[in-house]
Design a protein around this ligand. Structure first.
Ligand SMILES: [Zn+2]
Length: 73
């Protein structure tokens, strides 16, 4: 996920492609961050969970799936 997209989610609390609220919580299980590609530390770091289609720019039918990103950088 591009940095501008992750920053949009962190700033607005919404999924960028559909406008749904992004779910925010303390990481409770294995969750790789789609922005920095590191694991979000369980019981230490907060995350956003949101629907995201990484191939939307290619013009293929939208196939959003759930992704995680760190709440903070
Ligand atoms: Zn991250």
């Amino acid at each position: 996920m591009r940095t501008e997209v992750a920053e949009f989610v962190r700033k607005t609390g919404k999924a960028p492609q559909c406008g749904f609220p992004a779910h925010r919580e303390l990481a409770a299980g294995r969750a790789p961050c789609r922005h920095c590609l590191r694991l979000i530390r369980v019981n230490e770091e907060e995350l956003f969970l949101l629907p995201y289609d990484p191939f939307q720019e290619l013009g293929v039918p939208p196939l959003p799936g759930p992704v995680f990103i760190h709440r903070d950088n």
